[in-house]
Ligand binder design. Structure first.
Ligand code: E4P
Length: 218
């Protein structure tokens, strides 16, 4: 399973990249605003900065909601850097735009997926990735992981190339369950990624090894 980090924070992206296990980055307008990145020029430069850190796909989201606007913005974004994947909202105008981008060889990430029907129509349009938001479904008492499993089955039934990019990941168990289900990618916060490495028996075992070594060498 590929690991993407879901942030626009350059320090976090550098830290995750330095681990050597990072495959890409996802951003969204809220994450950009959280970092105080505003104004078109600053936003575009920030995407380039991210692309220069990570050698992998970087999702950059369009703001337009009409076909012409999405195409105009998406073509501009994809021209910024070869790593850019155009993130398009799951609306009918977005589906038309994804079909257009796919015919031009422009990679897309269809975002704000909350149902299997949405995932199906995005795959038919030729989306490179679809982003089911599992944490936000969990937030409203709907099992987000069930949706990932349902989409996995549908895509496997028809051998769709579209990759499932499990998004809105909140904690390490989300990541583990996504891997069990066979999600192609997960995008999550640095905290959840780093937490995968933790186990109290590893911590105490290492403490004992180091203490025993120190005793033998004192
Ligand atoms: C997906 O690409 C989104 O950026 C993201 O995963 C949303 O997550 P949130 O529900 O934690 O905001």
């Amino acid at each position: 399973m590929k690991f993407f980090i879901d942030t626009a924070n350059l320090d976090e992206i550098k830290e995750a990249n330095a681990l050597g296990i990072l495959d890409g980055v996802t951003t969204n307008p809220s994450l950009m605003a959280k970092e105080g990145i505003t104004g078109e020029k600053n936003i575009l430069n920030h995407y380039i900065d991210i692309c220069n850190i990570v050698d992998g796909p970087v999702s950059a989201e369009v703001i337009s909601t009409d076909f012409e606007g999405i195409v105009r913005e998406g073509e501009h974004l994809s021209g910024l850097h070869e790593n850019i994947v155009v993130k398009v909202p799951m609306i009918l105008e977005g589906i038309k735009a994804i079909k257009y981008f796919s015919s031009k060889g422009i990679k897309t990430n269809c975002t704000l997926i909350f149902s299997a029907g949405q995932a199906l129509i995005a795959a038919k349009a030729g989306a490179t990735y679809i982003s089911p938001f599992l944490g936000r479904l969990d937030d409203i008492s709907v099992n987000g992981l069930d949706l990932i499993a349902q989409i996995r089955q549908i895509y496997d039934n028809y051998a769709y190339d579209t990759e499932i990019l499990a998004a809105s990941v909140r904690h390490p168990m989300h990541i583990i369950h996504c891997a069990e289900i066979g999600s192609d990618v997960m995008t999550g916060p640095l905290k959840a990624i780093k937490a995968l490495a933790n186990h109290p028996l590893t911590t105490s075992g290492l403490e004992t090894f180091l203490a025993d070594h120190a005793k033998g060498n004192s």
